[in-house]
Design a protein around this ligand. Structure first.
Ligand SMILES: [Ca+2]
Ligand SMILES: [Ca+2]
Ligand SMILES: [Ca+2]
Length: 245
């Protein structure tokens, strides 16, 4: 959730300081906000952490998530796919990771300090009442609803997304640095009812993230729509999901 702001800000600041060529090429205004047309699915996928159902082959795909400072891509790729039906928004992640790490075991733990995939949804697009969902390679979930940006984290994370279903499947061993892992996958079903009235529209603002941490604690931060600054809660950098038939 909080991508070590100092590190990310420093890296972007260093680029700006290093030369106008790089800085000009990656000004936030130059990186367009993405839109995805998310198809309706007649059959809901089985939420078991293995996004292998035929429905997922019809999903809208983000393509490889980019580094969150907007400059290039992480060494280990991650991609998300989305579907919807009358009940829920379905999100899958396919993640490469050679070193799975996430020691957390309880809902709403600080999953964002280790390997994790994150979904931010701002249904009304007004920067208010937005939702943050995270799932770790162990299949632990974090759900928070913020009345406004970064407002009162302890209180915001006490919120529970009613009816949320999620699962993760690790291809490797989590928190065992003695071997080399392959990655993990995630499936999430987010009921529209959990998102409130603003979600009952054909478009919603959203962003999708992946944090890849190694055993030394070094992290790589990737996004569907790079926030540019070192903060995933940069709502004006969110992309748009269009729900189509
Ligand atoms: Ca599945
Ligand atoms: Ca919660
Ligand atoms: Ca990792």
């Amino acid at each position: 959730m909080r991508p070590r702001p100092l590190v990310v800000r420093l890296s972007f600041g260093a680029l700006v300081a290093a030369g106008t060529l790089v800085a000009v090429a990656h000004r936030p205004a130059d990186i367009r906000l993405p839109t995805l047309r998310v198809p309706h699915t007649a059959r809901s996928p089985t939420i078991d952490g293995e996004p292998t159902e035929a429905e997922w082959s019809q999903a809208a795909r983000t393509g490889p998530l980019a580094l969150s400072n907007g400059v290039g891509f992480p060494r280990r790729a991650a991609e998300a796919g989305l579907l919807w039906d009358e009940h829920a928004l379905y999100v899958a992640f396919w993640v490469e990771d050679r070193e799975l790490t996430s020691p957390y075991g309880a809902r709403d733990d600080d999953l964002f300090l280790a390997d994790v995939c994150e979904i931010f949804l701002d249904p009304g697009g007004d920067g208010l009442d937005y939702v943050e969902l995270e799932v770790s390679p162990r299949g632990v979930v974090f759900d928070a609803r913020f009345p406004r940006v970064r407002h009162d984290l302890p209180r915001s994370r006490r919120w529970t997304a009613e009816g949320l279903r999620w699962a993760a499947q690790a291809n490797g061993t989590v928190d065992d640095p003695s071997d080399t892992d392959v990655g993990y996958s995630i499936e999430v079903a987010i009921p529209w009812a959990a998102l409130g009235d603003a979600a009952r529209s054909q478009t919603l603002r959203a962003n999708l993230f992946r944090i890849d941490v190694d055993a030394r604690g070094d992290g790589a931060y990737a996004a569907w729509s790079p926030p540019i600054v070192g903060d995933f809660h940069t709502l004006d950098r969110f992309g748009t999901l269009q729900l189509v038939e």
